[in-house]
Design a protein around this ligand. Structure first.
Ligand SMILES: [Zn+2]
Ligand SMILES: [Zn+2]
Length: 421
């Protein structure tokens, strides 16, 4: 089925094309400005101020400080919908979701805004000199969502319903989405659908990947504290050595993947940090191990979560130590709703051509877009942004092809206009 607006109005189609074409330079300028000013998770105050200022200038209703440093903006369609209040009341009484209401639903567009603690080495004229870096492409995400907001604001006489733009902080520590929910984002705006994108420079620019299922893995950080009894390195029998116990724990925990996760499922347990001890001849009191857990399926994630503390505690206690497991933070796997994905794929095809839209293998990185998708039917798509010999995401030499900026912006605009017709 073609997008709704297409048969109805070639004029809107033309309008979108013109608006996006006129916006290309502005998108690149904005991206470069953002690229030079990356801010870490929950510290994105200047970024948020810039976003808020642009959104206000475009006539949107803006709320700052949502989820500490997030920004929310609402674009009301110009066509009034008396049915909307009715639908909300119905829903409050446990009625049907408003998606099928004639009054126009609410679409949420989510973009993450934080940078990383990386010293940039790209040598780009607009490189960050702050010791922080947009090495994941979130400068591009902000640019495309802002570009879409500004474009849609100009086209609001064609919009029936509302679009909520959520500029989410702290994605890199997968805590920003929940922080925004704690501040009432979903309760207040009750979105019916959510969409977002991640640009991906390991895939060619001009391609769009829309998965009907899993996109990214779950991503959880944990800490194991192995406690023994410190003492003299020459008198181990008078101590309980947590360093030796930690070595056995780390080794044994690897069997979670090789012996407990089914061979055809994906799971990762990585210990990224080991801290313990103070001198070669001193037995430490305790050792802390920190690591990450990844899985594509909630049930596999659950299984690993159950197994890691069990094995750690069993091994530690056999060696007279204690092991304490703490879940530091995390987010579930990013899984798209198949219907929303098919709908987004249609609009991607309208922008880059059907032959350039496909699915991709799930990637074992995480993203707290998962928290949105767990609560609202939605789709997170990957936008090809590859440059020749590009360094990967989170690398100090990371960069992406800026021609993806109008592409992503246009997909947001088309999807929103279609959904809110
Ligand atoms: Zn990242
Ligand atoms: Zn990212």
């Amino acid at each position: 089925m073609p997008p709704h607006y297409m048969g109805k109005s070639m004029q809107i189609d033309e309008l979108i094309r013109t608006e996006i074409a006129n916006k290309q330079n502005d998108l690149i300028t904005l991206r470069r400005r953002l690229h030079a000013m990356p801010e870490l998770a929950f510290q994105e105050t200047k970024t948020a101020a810039l976003i808020a200022q642009r959104l206000r200038a475009a006539g949107l209703k803006v709320e700052e400080g949502v989820g500490r440093t997030g920004v929310v903006a609402v674009l009301e369609g110009a066509a009034p919908h008396p049915g909307r209040a009715w639908t909300r009341n119905k829903q409050a009484q446990g009625g049907h979701a408003p998606d099928d209401s004639p009054n126009g639903p609410t679409l949420l567009v989510r973009a993450d805004i934080d940078g990383l603690p990386i010293h940039e080495l790209t040598g780009l004229p607009f490189a960050s000199s702050l010791g922080t870096m947009h090495a994941c492409g979130h400068d591009g995400h902000i640019t495309m969502a802002l570009g879409a907001a500004e474009t849609l604001a100009k086209l609001k006489s064609h919009i029936k319903g509302r679009i909520v733009f959520a500029f989410q902080p702290a994605e890199e520590v997968v805590q920003g989405a929940l922080a925004m929910f704690d501040d009432g984002l979903l309760k207040k705006h009750q979105p019916d659908r959510v969409i977002g994108l991640h640009l991906w420079n390991q895939m060619p620019a001009g391609k769009v990947f829309v998965n009907r299922g899993t996109v990214f893995a779950s991503a959880d950080a944990f800490r194991l504290t192995i406690t023994g009894k410190g003492g003299h390195g020459a008198l181990p029998h008078l101590s309980v050595d947590p360093v030796v116990a930690s070595a056995h724990v780390m080794s044994a925990v690897q069997t979670v993947i090789s012996r407990e996760v089914p061979p055809n499922e994906m799971g990762v347990v990585t210990f990224g940090q080991v801290h313990g001890g103070s001198a070669p001849n001193v037995i430490a009191d305790n050792v802390t191990l920190e690591g990450t857990i990844r899985a594509y399926k909630p049930e596999i994630r659950q299984r690993i979560f159950e197994a890691v503390p069990r094995i750690a505690q069993g091994i530690a206690s056999g060696l007279r130590c204690e092991a304490k497991f703490d879940h530091l933070y995390g987010s579930p796997p990013v899984i798209n709703n198949p219907e929303v994905a098919m709908w987004v794929a249609q609009h991607a095809a309208a922008v880059v051509g059907e032959e350039n839209v496909g699915e991709h293998e799930p990637v074992s990185v995480g993203d707290d877009m998962a928290e949105f998708l767990n609560r609202v039917p939605g789709c997170y798509f990957l936008l090809g942004a590859g440059k020749p010999n590009a360094a990967p995401h989170h690398n100090a030499r990371f960069d992406f092809e800026e021609s993806c900026l109008p592409t992503g912006t246009e997909i947001f605009v088309r999807a929103a206009l279609d959904y809110l017709q």
